[in-house]
Ligand binder design. Structure first.
Ligand code: ASP
Length: 324
């Protein structure tokens, strides 16, 4: 059935919890109540709501990422009238969920992830405006084919590049390159498109999975104890990501630990703890290592998890780190 030209666009809001659904810091507002509190949304679209979870996002897990992505894919594949999907989410792990979806959603239709820094009962709560803005961005023609986007504080960020940078401020989400666009009161303005491959243009298929490879993340620091890596290497991991210093440099202790772990065949990826700029001219280590040139360590972990599903060829893993 085709939509009548008078029909409003149909938007699905999937709620997962987080501060945007919180009272006094506790995620207790259910999906219909969160959306029902904003009748203005009805002027923009025919809004449907689905509650996926009601958790603080520190409780998000790879198994939940899989379920969420599978659900969004199923809905976008079966409901041709659906214009876009907006996902409300806690900000603590929002950038991880957004990047996972960015790599695994199979549709060009807009998927927007949105949160808030202030609970619904706080003065100047930012959730209502963020949610309205997220729906508006999902309705913008430029949002189609732009991958998963994050909308907070009137900014549109690419899932691949967004970092939470402030513990409390509403301008917490910054981009490691630049914002995709802005949400002005009168207009959604896109300044650029995301050019790295995403959504339907990735090879990652997760439809039948209920778990992902086990990949852990270790941050480097001065005087790092190599025994930390020995411990991780003894845990039966499928891969390890190291949050390195700028430029992919690592401490002597990290070097010693990684050399032993790599000798046991553990796939290791180095990603910089520093948000901006790429790792260029990869440093040479005398053990095999992958580099994520410009992904945060947390996002490199997600890409390594997905890459491990597809191949055991380290050259192909490295190619994925250049491509996605
Ligand atoms: N409580 C939070 C979370 O679920 C923080 C937030 O949403 O801002 O991540």
């Amino acid at each position: 059935m085709t939509q009548s030209s008078f029909a409003k666009p149909k938007v699905l809001i999937i709620t997962t919890g987080g501060t945007i659904a919180s009272v006094n810091g506790k995620p207790m507002i259910d999906g219909p109540a969160l959306v029902g509190a904003l009748p203005e949304l009805g002027n923009l679209a025919d809004i449907q709501v689905e509650e996926f979870s009601k958790i603080g996002s520190s409780k998000m897990t790879p198994a939940l990422w899989l379920q969420l992505s599978q659900r969004v894919n199923q809905l976008l594949a079966t409901d041709e009238d659906l214009n876009s999907v907006v996902i409300t989410h806690g900000t603590d792990t929002l950038e991880e969920t957004a990047y996972f979806l960015h790599l695994t959603i199979r549709s060009p239709k807009p998927v927007i992830v949105v949160g808030a820094m202030r609970s619904a009962n706080e003065i100047s709560a930012d959730g209502p405006a963020n949610l309205i803005n997220a729906v508006r961005v999902g309705l913008a023609p430029e949002a189609v084919g732009s991958g998963v986007m994050v909308v907070l504080n009137e900014r549109i960020s690419a899932a691949r590049e967004v970092w939470k940078t402030h513990n409390r401020g509403v301008d917490t989400f910054q981009s490691s390159s630049s914002f995709l666009g802005v949400v002005d009161p009168d207009k959604i303005r896109f300044y650029r498109q995301t050019l790295y491959a995403h959504t339907a243009n990735t090879p990652f298929r997760i439809e039948k999975l209920d778990q992902l490879p086990k990949v852990e993340l270790v941050m480097d620091f001065t005087d790092f104890d190599p025994g930390i890596i020995d411990y991780f290497a003894s845990k039966g991991l499928d891969g390890l990501v190291v949050g390195s210093f700028a430029g992919g440099r690592i401490s002597a202790g990290m070097t010693e630990g990684l050399k032993r772990a790599a000798g046991k065949g553990l796939p290791i990826c180095i990603a910089s703890q520093v948000p901006e700029g790429r790792i260029i001219g990869y440093p040479e280590y005398d053990f095999p290592v992958l580099f994520a040139p410009d992904l945060s360590p947390k996002k490199a972990r997600i890409l390594l998890m997905l890459s491990l599903l597809l191949t055991d060829d380290p050259e192909q893993w490295q190619a994925y780190f250049e491509q996605f």
